[in-house]
Design a protein around this ligand. Sequence first.
Ligand code: FES
Length: 143
Amino acid sequence: MAVKERGGAMPENGLGRREILGVAGVAACGLALAGCGTGGAKAQQSIKGKVIAKTADVPVGGGKLIEDLQLVVTQPAEGVYKAFSSVCTHKGCAVSTPKENIIKCACHGSEFAADSGKATKGPATAPLASFQIKVEGDGIVVV
Ligand code: FES
């Protein structure tokens, strides 16, 4: 989605540069794979059946970022795998690789539970969008 410009003129509604960038960020959200409201469900359809990671690459208590898909896969307990959007629900930064069952966002310090995606420390309050996955052989597949 392109953000339309109006001849380069600033809007007359009092929005400053920061607000405009914020609106552009929301618009870009529609292009993102996941993490924007109901985008997770739609994105899930687009990657259904795809192997997104190998189980060997996802340590227990840790996880793996799949940057091109904007996903993070975790293994909160031995043999239990979860997948979430890697787009922080606060302002859209990419989260960091999970450690000690915590998915952190370095931008403003939010933390999310690696087993549920639930926001456990603000400023984010909404959970990371989750994806349904299954293990097939040594691969983690979106279902
Ligand atoms: S964007 Fe992640 S904490 Fe602000």
